[in-house]
Design a protein around this ligand. Structure first.
Ligand SMILES: C[S@@+](CC[C@H](N)C(=O)[O-])C[C@H]1O[C@@H](n2cnc3c(N)ncnc32)[C@H](O)[C@@H]1O
Length: 265
């Protein structure tokens, strides 16, 4: 007899509501993103009051400052690409780069594919269905790995950073953009009133309940900036930096993989 299926947590309206403490967490995350794939972009714009239009380009600019002097990347992986917004921005920013946009949620990839078809830079973007925990790419096959608003959803961050490091060549770079705790305690109260109450209420009103209750919970599960930086360093990135925007509510975590060993004796 096969093992009984473990039902995932659902919100009162029946929508997926991932529970980090359960072994089914990853499956529930995938189910949740599949459930919201169609309205993901517009809800993102509404909930962030349009700030998400600024966050990704600013994070890429911070990455370029961090990599100053390095050659433009030729092969880039955007992990947890969702509908492909960051992957397209990366492709526009580095016009000679080949970009792979990967995600483990099929409806998100379908959405990304449709949008890529309508964008000239979309021709340089390949899509891959892949989980961050076990990347189907060879060691050292990318110059840059980016990911935006994915880290909060990963069940094992050190494992994911280790996989990212493995697929990067020596001297390659990492950009992890994520929602973070505001840097100003005064602003923190206002931010949490909005993020913990208004956003879930808005979500249940216009979409569904579970995903937007999960959202503030997922922020609490993310380690604080210094711990996250140390985790990235321990995964094989000796040079790291954090660059916050919008009073700290998003942060770009940057890492440079150890450069190749010098040949000089
Ligand atoms: C909040 S969305 C962010 C999408 C996009 N990066 C953006 O900037 O809008 C998170 C995405 O990460 C994907 N994701 C979450 N966990 C993942 C995992 N373990 N492996 C691959 N993709 C994952 C989800 O399917 C979803 O598309």
């Amino acid at each position: 007899m096969g093992a009984a299926a473990v039902p995932g947590r659902t919100a009162p309206d029946g929508s997926p509501y991932p529970d980090r403490s359960q072994p089914t967490f990853e499956r529930e995350i995938r189910r949740m993103f599949g459930h919201i794939a169609e309205r993901y972009d517009w809800f993102d714009h509404v909930a962030s009051v349009g700030n998400d239009f600024l966050w990704r380009p600013r994070a890429l600019a911070a990455l370029d400052r961090f990599r100053r002097g390095a050659a433009p990347p030729r092969r880039v992986l955007d992990l947890g690409c969702g509908t492909g917004d960051l992957a397209r921005q990366v492709a526009r920013r580095y016009p000679r780069a080949e970009v792979v946009a990967a995600d483990f949620t099929a409806p998100m990839l379908a959405n990304a594919r449709a949008r890529n078809r309508r964008a000239p830079e979309g021709r340089r973007i390949g899509l891959a269905r892949a989980t961050a925990m076990r990347l189907p790419f060879a060691d050292g096959s990318f110059d840059l790995v980016t990911n935006a608003f994915v880290a909060r959803n990963l069940r094992d961050l050190p494992l994911a950073f280790g996989e990212i490091r493995r697929v990067l060549r020596a001297g390659g770079a990492l950009l992890t953009l994520e929602i973070t705790e505001p840097t100003s305690p005064a602003f923190s109260a206002l931010f949490h009133a909005y993020f913990d109450r208004v956003v879930p209420a808005l979500g249940s009103l216009v979409a569904s309940t579970g995903p937007y209750r999960y959202l503030p919970e997922s922020l609490r599960a993310l380690p604080p900036r210094p711990v996250l930086l140390e985790m990235i360093r321990s995964a094989g990135f000796p040079r790291v930096a954090a660059r916050s925007q919008s009073l700290g509510i998003v942060t770009a975590f940057l890492g440079e993989a150890a450069p190749p060993p010098s040949r000089s004796a």
